[in-house]
Design a protein around this ligand. Structure first.
Ligand code: ATP
Ligand code: MG
Length: 423
């Protein structure tokens, strides 16, 4: 029978890849805690409306990337393509719109039917942060500072640039949209087919186009800046001043409109040149109307999401694989006595393994292969004597250690023998 292959665009996390993934997520979780964010976990699938209502019909995600299906009850469900809409749904359905602000961190798999390539998968993973219930630019700056500190803690901040833009408030956006429609309408025949459709449905997204012809027209398109209402301009000025106060560098990039419909005021991306065309590692913005679209009150909010795979690829070094102490039985020692030592070490927080079979030589070979920090030789004689030989694999140094010491002070024993740092 032929082997069953993994689904296109999915990948297993094993060994080094899993360690990178865990390092990214646990670092982000820790930093989010420093900013007072609590972790939420929402279901992997939701009512399709959670996403179709919020992300916009013309967004790439809704128009062509969602994994939607009817379940056995005939309900339309969707594997979540992103986290923000689901977190807003959870805010409303858990009755939390009365206890604001809510600061939420999340991590987990997302699903989009895209063309798989380096840094782009059909099941990928995101970490994200949402600050819901704060309309002040300070909230935007805090969310961005949190993202920046995550990147710094991962050691990738030097490879990324923060690009920042404003989409203004509704009035600014309406005026800008009208100006864009009249500008691009004058060049309809030069626009790509996709952008001609965008012109009808969501002209702002033309600015996001990757088509070279579109891009040359975009260069001279009317700028948001000219259409900001006084309130939106104040917000934009305050945000930049606050970021300066936080000591965070940024570059204004007026073409950052983001692919999803729900953003207003702030939009931003942390981008890198180190990942080819998949250069955005973290992206977000303000979404004051989204909670309302989920049937809740107006809850001004700001957040971001980052791709764990892209961050993992940017890490300079892999987190080290953990090393074990390996118990090597000599001859056939009493099993009960052996298991007591095995479990006694584990209870002290030492990572201990025992080979299941094989000669002494085979077991030693295996301990070497699995990169053991130490081995403990354990035979009848040693048990009778109440003392065992502990060998540091790196230096070959050996020491006899009493059973009592091993069962009361194991960490110090392994730190001492061979000066190992592994435990
Ligand atoms: P892109 O322009 O790369 O398609 P996007 O605008 O669709 O990104 P968001 O929805 O803002 O991305 O998601 C936030 C982050 O999640 C991205 O910056 C990226 O790091 C990551 N991401 C998005 N889609 C994928 C994917 N298919 N595979 C891997 N990572 C992804
Ligand atoms: Mg995309």
């Amino acid at each position: 029978m032929s082997t069953i292959q993994p689904v296109r665009g999915t990948h297993d996390l094993i060994g080094e890849e899993q360690r990178r993934y865990t390092h990214v997520v646990s670092t982000a979780r820790h930093i989010a805690g420093l900013y007072g964010f609590d972790e939420w976990s929402t279901p992997i699938f939701e009512d399709t409306k959670v996403f179709s209502r919020s992300l916009g019909d013309t967004s790439d995600v809704v128009s062509k990337e969602m994994y939607s299906f009817s379940d056995r009850d005939g309900e339309s469900l969707t594997l979540r393509p992103e986290g923000t809409a689901a977190i807003c749904r959870a805010l409303v359905t858990n009755g939390l719109t009365q206890s604001l602000p809510q600061k939420v961190f999340y991590a987990g798999p997302m699903f989009r039917h895209e063309r798989p390539q380096k840094g782009r998968y059909r099941q990928f993973h995101q970490i994200g942060a949402e600050l819901m219930g704060a309309a002040e630019p300070l909230a935007d700056a805090e969310a961005i500072a949190l993202g920046y500190q995550v990147l710094t803690a991962l050691g990738v901040a030097e490879h990324v640039t923060l690009e920042l833009n404003t989409l203004g408030d509704t009035a600014s956006r309406d005026a800008w949209r009208a100006a864009l429609v009249s500008y691009f309408s004058g060049y309809k025949d030069r626009l790509s087919e996709e952008s001609r459709i965008r012109l009808e449905k969501n002209p702002l997204r033309i600015l996001d186009s990757k088509d070279a012809g579109d891009r040359s027209l975009v260069a001279d398109a009317p700028m948001m800046e000219e259409f900001l209402t006084p309130e939106a301009r104040t917000f934009w000025d305050d945000l930049r001043r606050t970021l300066d106060g936080f000591g965070i560098d940024y570059k204004v990039n007026t073409s950052i409109v983001r692919g999803l419909d729900y953003y207003n005021h702030t939009t931003f991306e942390f981008v890198t040149s180190k990942l080819g065309s998949q250069g955005t590692v973290m992206a977000g913005g303000r979404y004051d109307g989204l909670v309302q679209q989920m049937g809740g009150p107006e809850v001004p909010s700001i957040g971001w999401a980052a791709g764990v795979e892209r961050l993992s690829m940017l890490l300079d070094a892999s987190p080290a694989a953990p090393r074990s102490v390996v118990i090597v039985p000599v001859g056939s020692p009493d099993e009960k006595a052996l298991f007591q030592i095995l479990q006694g070490l584990r209870r002290q927080g030492v990572r201990v393994e025992i080979g299941y079979r094989g000669s002494l030589r085979k077991r030693m070979e295996r301990a070497g292969k699995q990169n053991a920090s130490h081995v403990i030789f354990l035979g009848e004689d040693e048990l009778a004597k109440g003392a065992f030989r502990v060998k540091a694999m790196e230096t070959g140094q050996e020491e006899e250690v009493s059973r009592d010491r091993l069962l009361s002070d194991a960490k110090a024993v392994f730190a001492g023998v061979g000066g190992s740092t592994a435990q």
